[in-house]
Design a binder for this molecule. Structure first.
Ligand code: B12
Ligand code: SF4
Ligand code: SF4
Length: 381
């Protein structure tokens, strides 16, 4: 078997099936990454969404018997919507980050990798292959970096010279000894735009994130958002793009190669108030196909309440009062209380005072107190 020729055939086929960039690297352990992961764990900087077994993360041989190489793929996603919708007073909108536009990218990339597996097996039936996207053990970025897809930016993203960092990543471990590609040279230089743009200081230094401070992470948690970050989430419902939009290498990068990735503006920039009233079934049928729906309805509703607070949208007060009075979830009632205090006005204040008499949950009671003091602060200004 001529592996060099097979590599060329795979590259040609990848273009036919809509893979925008492909790279090859060895299945050697990721030594530098190992130290990095241990350090991040020690510092408490991880999100908890990562695979917990560090050995597995850095040793492809533990994931596929006889692993020899890894094929890394990248698919570019759009950064601008073709049809736009604008929010206005009383009709405010929230925002899903670009990585959650169109169909869930996990399905799209898995489908491409599956096609690639079938192709390789048709040429080499004895090949052993194992593909993964995001939820697998490997670090998709570390693989992509070593396979020459792009460099690892100070914003932590893999930046491709062709498509910027607006690319999804996935990979396939193989037992075929493909010749490796050369990594792309780091082009960040003295730039620090992403570090400056990060609203929460989550990028503690170039290439190092404290995920616990990252808005993308916070929007995906199920708990109350810590006070420090509530005012910084803005109108983000899922994810955060600030350290990518700030990057000069993303300027003008907006690729619409894949129909499945086209966003529906009414879905990825939805009106906020109706989100508070969605049934589980409505949420699933409207938003269920987005990558950003993986944690379910409640975190999106919590973030929507913070967004309404961010806009100080008085027209949302009756809906927030409804949540405060009727919702079973402590996180929802607590967030509604805080949002009412932030928005202010007599109606909100009265609802908070009434809730204080009625509420039994100590966590919600604390949020009601915060809401009341926010309102008082506003009045005394
Ligand atoms: C956990 C996770 C998160 C966490 C933590 C993010 C992080 N930076 O670690 C949270 C929830 C915050 C998150 C957010 C986002 N994520 Co995310 N996330 C992941 C996941 C599941 C694991 C990442 C991980 O292991 N991080 C640990 C760090 C330590 O490792 P790493 O970043 O993977 O690898 C790099 C570092 O280790 C670095 N490194 C290694 N050694 C050393 C040594 C030194 C000195 C330095 C400086 C660096 C360094 O080099 C590696 C290569 O870049 C991956 C999928 C996967 N299985 O890999 C997706 C993934 C990284 N996420 C992705 C995306 C798109 C995002 C968001 C843009 C989504 C959004 N719009 O909100 C944001 C971006 C936030 C950011 N600035 O990183 C993409 C990235 C695509 C790309 N072009 O880079 C991935 C690859 C998913 C995918 N398959 O496409 N994510
Ligand atoms: S995604 Fe947002 S919060 Fe997270 S590091 Fe980037 S700019 Fe900061
Ligand atoms: S904004 Fe500047 S420092 Fe940050 S990733 Fe882009 S080029 Fe690198």
């Amino acid at each position: 078997m001529d592996v060099q020729q097979l590599k060329q055939e795979i590259i040609a086929y990848s273009k036919e099936i809509g893979i925008d960039k492909i790279g090859f690297t060895s299945a050697e352990p990721f030594k530098e990454l190992k130290n990095r992961l241990i350090r991040q764990q020690e510092l408490g900087y991880q999100s908890g969404f990562e695979e917990p077994d560090i050995e597995k993360r850095v040793t492809p041989g533990l994931l596929l018997d006889g692993a020899q190489s890894i094929i890394s793929i990248a698919l570019a996603y759009p950064s601008k919507m073709t049809d736009r919708v604008e929010g206005k007073k009383g009709m405010r909108r929230g925002m899903f980050a670009r990585a959650s536009w169109g169909q869930d990218y996990h399905h799209i990339l898995r489908e491409r990798l599956q096609k690639l597996e079938i192709f390789i097996l048709s040429k080499l039936p004895e090949a052993r292959l194992k593909s993964m996207v995001d939820t697998g053990e490997l670090s998709d970025r570390a693989v992509a970096e070593r396979a020459g897809i792009g460099w690892s930016g100070k914003n932590c993203a893999i930046i491709t010279p062709e498509f910027g960092s607006y690319v999804y990543l996935g990979e396939m471990i193989t037992n075929i000894p493909f010749p490796p590609d050369t990594p792309v040279e780091d082009q960040c230089g003295s730039c620090t735009k992403c570090l400056e743009a990060c609203p929460t200081g989550a990028l503690v230094q170039g290439g190092q994130i404290n995920a616990q401070r990252c808005i993308s992470y916070l929007t995906q948690t199920k708990e109350l958002i810590p006070d420090e970050f509530r005012g910084k989430i803005g109108n983000r419902l899922y994810g955060c793009d600030s350290c990518q939009t700030a990057c000069p290498y993303n300027k003008g990068k907006n690729f619409h190669f894949h129909e499945e990735m086209e966003p529906d503006p009414e879905i990825v920039k939805p009106l906020l108030k109706p989100l508070l009233k969605l049934s589980n079934r409505e949420f699933k049928s409207k938003f269920g196909y987005l990558a950003g729906a993986w944690r379910g309805k409640k975190p999106i509703q919590r973030n929507a309440m913070l967004a309404l607070a961010h806009f100080k949208d008085k027209s949302a007060v009756p809906d927030l009062v409804d949540v405060l009075q009727k919702e079973a979830s402590v996180v929802s009632r607590g967030t509604a209380a805080w949002a009412l205090g932030k928005i202010g006005g007599e109606e909100a204040f009265t609802a908070l005072k009434e809730a204080k008499e009625r509420e039994m949950d100590p966590v919600v009671l604390i949020e009601i107190e915060k809401g009341l003091s926010l309102y008082k602060d506003e009045k005394s200004e």
